[in-house]
Design a protein around this ligand. Structure first.
Ligand code: RUB
Length: 313
């Protein structure tokens, strides 16, 4: 289990972060562990998947990845192992191809000469921006720093290294700069059945500000970011992280001061113009259809949901 424990710690400590990356990493880890297990395959894999599932609660991509890989079949342990490995490879392929397709579809919505605002560090959102740039469009990006973990620095570096001109701003400067923005593009940790977006804390403030300024707000989300659990009535758990990420020193221990650090927030669908998925650009109202038809979830017993996406080929 050491390989699983190390991987789980990397996700918890955010050495591996972002909804797509943690999903892919979980699939890779389950594959690696399956290759090592030589007895009690079902038990060992169940323990491994539970450990990985309990690392970060908000991004449904992790849940969908683990569920997809763990829906293996076979009679013998060897057959089960082969089936799990094949499913892990399918999921990893799904992640890679979906990001590329989202880039191609979303880039068409970016006009030449645009200023794009983005928040945090989303591989899907950046795929759109990079594709627009690669298509020869003159684009400029305003990136929020995304306190407290400053994922905006990663975004600024990644885009700048790609050749895109970036302006880094503090999160509280979003409204100040909104008048310069033509479109907002962000990623997703989870899309609920009613089309709400759960993404990095601060996303909903940007969405409200964009609506006020009549600036389109576009979300880049692979279909495995849509939550079948919300179809069953479950609420999305918002991860609350260590206050030490926000502040260190005396104030943290003051008896009258409480420091809170929610990592994500909820943007209602009314603030979202379009969700770019690998199966097309859809309005948030279509979330139910994506979960029902395109995630292709099968009958589930009790709490179990089995995903069988059919569009990775
Ligand atoms: C990352 C975050 C990203 C989404 C989408 O939060 O909120 O916007 O995960 O990213 P954290 P991607 O840094 O806390 O993991 O498009 O890469 O899946």
């Amino acid at each position: 289990m050491e390989v699983v424990e190390n991987a789980a710690k990397k996700i918890e400590d955010m050495e591996v972060r972002g909804a797509a990356r943690i999903a892919m990493f979980a699939a890779e880890t389950l594959k690696k562990y399956a290759e090592m297990v030589d007895r009690n395959f079902d038990d060992e894999m169940r323990k491994a998947s539970e450990r990985l599932m309990n690392t970060r609660p908000t991004a449904v991509s992790l849940f969908n990845a683990i569920n997809y890989v763990m829906s293996y079949s076979g009679d013998s342990e060897e057959e089960k192992k082969m089936s799990l490995i094949r499913r892990a490879e399918e999921f990893i392929f799904w992640v890679d191809t979906a990001r590329e397709k989202i880039g191609r579809i979303g880039a068409k919505r970016i006009m030449d000469g645009s200023t794009i605002m983005t928040h945090c560090n989303s591989s899907a959102a950046l795929s759109i921006i990079k594709q627009a740039f690669d298509d020869g469009k003159d684009v400029r990006v305003i990136a929020t720093e995304s306190r407290p973990r400053h994922q905006g620095h990663l975004t600024a570096r990644e885009l700048a290294d790609h050749g895109v001109e970036v302006t880094l701003i503090v999160d509280s400067a979003v409204r100040y700069f909104m008048k310069e923005v033509d479109i907002v593009v962000v990623g997703a940790d989870t899309i609920t059945v009613n089309g709400a977006l759960i993404n990095k804390i601060g996303t909903s403030q940007i969405a409200i500000t964009a609506k006020e300024a009549r600036v389109p707000f576009m979300v880049a989300a692979e279909t495995y970011k849509f939550s079948p659990k919300t179809l069953l009535g479950e609420l999305v758990v918002i991860e609350e992280r260590d206050p030490e990420e926000v502040i260190r020193g005396e104030l943290l221990n003051h008896p009258k001061v409480k420091v809170r650090n929610p990592a994500f927030d909820v943007t209602p669908r009314d603030y979202i113009d379009l969700i770019i998925t690998e199966i097309g650009a859809i309005p948030p109202e279509m979330a139910y259809i994506v979960i029902r038809d395109h995630l292709g979830y099968r009958e589930f017993g009790g709490e179990e949901i089995t995903l069988s996406p059919d569009h990775y080929d």
